[in-house]
Design a protein around this ligand. Sequence first.
Ligand code: ZN
Length: 385
Amino acid sequence: MSGSESFVHEPPVDHAELLARVRFSLDQPMRVSEAALGQRAETFAELRGMTRSSCVRVTARLMPAVHGAVVRACANLLLPDEPEVYIAADPQANASALTDGSRYFIRLHSGLVQLLEPAELQSVVGHEIAHATMRHMIENPENDREATFALERRRAQEISADRVGLLAVDSPADALRAEVKVACGLDARHFTADLDAFIEQISTPPDDLDSEWEANSTHPTLALRFWAQRHFMESDLFLGLKGAHAQPCGRPARPFDEVEREIEERFHGVGSSHAFRATADHVHESLAWLGILIIAGDSDVSRIEREVLVEFVGRIWADDAYAYARRHGLPAVERRAVETLSPLRFSNQRARRRVEDSVRELCKRVDAPGRVDDMLRLIQRAITP
Ligand SMILES: [Zn+2]
């Protein structure tokens, strides 16, 4: 995997890769058990039936403007098939996506459609598509610790979905204006095109915010979301995807890695205690990063090697880690491996042995026995305090 430059700037080939590239680093793909998926499929069928019989479906014939917004959002997001979209009679400016992990549909409240111009609506449609196709699903936490983690995860998912909303519009200002409108419920008559006054208001330093309250929310505060989007818009990743090399103000694009770290930091500042991640999560995630380091070690990743990694960590993790490597290069992958491995120092020896055994097995499968020692040293370094 040499020549990381070309790697970073190649355009994404499809919707899945586009999403994998912009997914917020703290929004890790969810792994849902088969049993839970089965249950979801049932609920999904029921809710879809209810929606179909009580809401109006958006079609080109019936609602050309709204339908046009859906079509344009899909085109911008490299999504070949447009989703089922329904309008529910509800004055609250809201929207939702429902998925069972493979199928999905979107519900837009009439209040939202009344409030937004079609160009602005594209961002909401894109945001909801992201929740569905990134498989953001509601969790049923079993205890307080899990609940805190689930909330943090949901807030991280909003950051990802907002980015996709930005990519779904033709001009980023449409997405930002949509958010301001939804936040205050006022339509275009009450606004100028100048969002600076609002930006000033939300530029409050983070310590000014009530972080405990923030930590118990399913959504990040508007200030944080807006701030995160504006940072994302300065990144070479976003500008590259939009075919630009510099920011509209003329300043050069900022490296995405740097921007992402700032957003992570601010995101982690929410709440007095960070959510804990289960050891199993760490083992799994570590393997995805180490796997990439192993298969990319000879500077060439074959299809077979990628399939082996998929076998080890699942397709979502494998694709995400691979896209991350393409975006940031291998040194960044190594940093992430160390980050994910380091909490394992607090867990039992079994977790560490699982990672080490898997590394040996993976090296064997991709015929890279020479990588074993390097990887074991990396693990040792990461989990030694
Ligand atoms: Zn959302």
